[in-house]
Design a protein around this ligand. Structure first.
Ligand SMILES: C[S@@+](CC[C@H](N)C(=O)[O-])C[C@H]1O[C@@H](n2cnc3c(N)ncnc32)[C@H](O)[C@@H]1O
Length: 182
């Protein structure tokens, strides 16, 4: 369904060619200035991340860059198993992995809108876990949380950092990568 929506959206752009398949067997058809991997590496184990990045690297034009957007954690890697499987790595862990692939981080930036949304999700989840169901009033709490974060942005995302509280548990970062060692 997601792919069909992508196809529809891209139909009017002649320079975009959607491909549906496993990225591990994807072969680019030429060199490019930018390779963007959005929320993808978190679904691959480390061996596959390294294999993929090493395979894509030769397709970058000189001076080109790779941009990754990934969910991250502050501490040790968290592996999520079960129905929804994902690997949440820390920024230093990604730095190490990128280094092993011959990529260095030119710039790393926290994805603030994502972090804001994640804060809201984690707050509502905690509310649901701690308040008895008949008092939850989820509709109202949802609206309240939404407006609290809308009005509190951007300072509200800095409060936990300032207080040294690991909240939200999950973050999200952009990594601008270039060939070479840092
Ligand atoms: C979190 S979504 C990110 C969507 C979009 N790229 C973005 O930046 O918002 C992750 C996407 O990666 C896709 N994905 C996960 N593993 C994949 C694989 N091995 N090959 C191709 N796509 C994969 C999923 O199907 C899903 O569409």
């Amino acid at each position: 369904m997601l792919y069909r929506a992508l196809e529809r959206r891209c139909a009017r752009y002649s320079n975009i060619h959607p491909v549906h398949g496993n990225v591990m067997s994807f072969e680019p058809d030429g060199r490019t200035d930018l390779i963007f991997l959005g929320g993808l590496l978190m679904y691959l184990n480390e061996e596959d991340v390294i294999a993929l990045l090493r395979r894509l690297l030769p397709f970058l034009e000189p001076g080109g860059m790779m941009l990754c957007r990934e969910s991250t954690v502050r501490g040790d890697t968290v592996v999520r198993r079960g129905d929804y499987q994902a690997v949440y790595r820390s920024v230093p862990d990604y730095r190490r992995i990128f280094g092993q692939c011959g990529l260095s981080i030119r710039h790393v930036e926290r994805n603030e809108p994502y972090v804001l949304m994640q804060m809201g999700c984690e707050l509502v989840k905690t509310w649901k876990e701690t308040v008895p169901e008949r008092f939850q009033a989820l509709r109202g709490i949802g609206h309240l949380t939404y407006f609290m974060f809308r009005l509190g942005n951007p300072w509200i995302t800095r409060v936990s950092k300032f207080l040294g509280i690991p909240f939200p548990k999950l973050e999200n970062h952009f990594f601008v990568l270039e060939p070479g060692m840092s």
